[in-house]
Design a binder for this molecule. Structure first.
Ligand code: ATP
Length: 415
């Protein structure tokens, strides 16, 4: 079993400060603040030349593992904007809220579910000790309007979670493919949340990307598939990180469960921010298809081809974040190697070769020897048809090696 419940912290290298990753990302072209020349927008980022390669590799690897390698899983790509009723049916209009308090003294704002219990009981700000306001509810859905004529415009929402498209397309997938329950539908896509306390770089953003598997099962097989995917997803994360002892499961207590979940486990990763959710494994039961059947008036039940039994399928959800994966991978991979000659430490990213933004570097030993340069260029040309290859003949060979250490495939073995 790879599953480790609440494993105590045991780490060999210190946690990397987020600021170091932010600085590296900007300096090397992984991530830039969005609209920076206008002062930026809190909780929104752009990805630079190396960032987009890493991001694409992360997405591709997830898709390969989840869709391409599983005969009982297919993929879709849904739109960001849906009919507004979707969000009533999903419960988000009513329940997708954060309860917030403000400090009357220092004016800081906190989510109640993130405050230490003693501060809630004593009604005290955890930073300055000031008095806190009464809790207020904020809905996280981002509103938008369709249509141009004032008064006839329809209010709807940018999707607050990507998975809703999967429920909306469930019946279409059943009718247009040969998929039979048990089977899953995957999707990677943007989601938008008016997070009241965005922060910690890519960890909590307002525009971010999620990956979801929604696996549809007969209710009698729910437990077995829930355990199966919980285990599979843990192994997936374990396979792409160096610090495996920093990964564990945490089960949600009854008060924490989202409105749709009867049972939930988070795969958490430990960083300088503490143990934090990386992906959620949720027992969604029949909530989603029942609600969409009720609100749309369309029957979304499923008929078993063999037994002719008709039922609303139950759902196991595994839902993680592309951006959180991006950040956690950099935090996991970042290392500063001391230089034996006393020069500046060497920054190395020990990324999984499947995910590393650059796969190979071609570095001719001398740039003024035509024979060497022609051969090196030919090798680079052949390689770049298959993978991201960089040709570099600027400065001495030692420097060029050091430069590449920051993003080349790391010390993992491919399994
Ligand atoms: P949290 O408790 O951290 O707010 P959540 O439980 O609301 O997260 P889910 O709705 O389960 O998160 O979303 C699934 C995944 O999407 C999370 O595990 C995380 O990786 C990612 N995610 C959620 N919110 C954000 C965000 N604001 N910015 C970046 N990634 C996010």
């Amino acid at each position: 079993m790879t599953q480790v419940e609440n494993k105590p912290a045991a780490y060999d290298t210190p946690f990397v400060p987020i600021e170091k990753i932010v600085a590296l990302c900007k300096r090397r072209g992984f991530v830039y603040p969005n609209s920076e020349i206008y002062g930026g927008v809190s909780g929104i980022y752009d990805f630079g030349p190396l960032g987009v390669e890493l991001r694409n590799n992360i997405r591709r690897y997830w898709w390969w593992s989840m869709v391409q390698m599983n005969d009982n899983v297919v993929g879709i790509e849904g739109a960001i904007i849906t009919h507004p009723k979707v969000w009533e049916a999903s419960g988000h209009v009513e329940n997708f809220v954060d309860r917030l308090v403000d400090c009357k003294n220092c004016k800081r704002r906190f989510r109640i579910d993130q405050l230490p219990e003693e501060n809630i009981i004593q009604n005290k700000c955890p930073v300055c000790g000031g008095e806190l306001t009464e809790p207020r509810r904020f809905n996280l859905l981002m509103e938008t309007y369709l249509g141009v004529v004032e008064g006839e415009r329809m209010k709807t929402y940018l999707r607050g979670e990507a998975c809703q498209n999967i429920y909306l397309d469930f019946d279409n997938v059943v009718k247009s493919t040969r998929m039979q329950i048990p089977f899953g539908i995957c999707q990677i896509g943007k989601a938008f949340r008016n997070e009241v306390t965005p922060g910690n770089f890519l960890f909590r953003q307002r525009e971010f990307e999620q990956w979801d598997l929604q696996f549809f099962v007969h209710p009698s097989e729910m437990q077995q598939w829930f355990d199966y995917w919980k285990e599979k997803r843990f192994e997936w994360y374990e396979g792409i990180i160096n610090h495996k002892e920093r990964l564990h499961f945490r089960e949600h207590g009854p008060d924490e469960l989202a409105h749709y979940a009867k049972k939930a486990f988070d795969i958490e990763y430990q960083t300088i921010l503490g143990w934090q959710e990386w992906e959620g494994i949720h027992w969604r039961g029949d909530w989603d298809l029942s609600r969409h059947s009720e609100y749309s008036g369309q029957d979304l039940s499923y008929t078993d081809q063999n037994t002719k039994e008709r039922y609303i399928p139950w759902i196991v959800e595994t839902s993680g974040g592309v951006d959180r994966t991006f950040l956690n991978l950099l935090l996991d991979a970042y290392e500063e190697e001391p230089d034996p000659t006393g020069k500046e430490p060497r920054t190395v990213l020990r990324l999984h070769p499947m995910l590393a933004p650059v796969k190979v570097a071609v570095l001719p030993l001398q740039k003024n020897k035509e024979e060497l340069v022609t051969t090196a260029r030919d090798i680079h040309k052949t390689l770049q048809r298959l993978m991201v290859s960089q040709y570099d003949d600027v400065s001495n060979i030692g420097r060029r090696y050091r430069r590449q250490d920051k993003w080349l495939a790391g010390s993992f073995s491919i399994q």
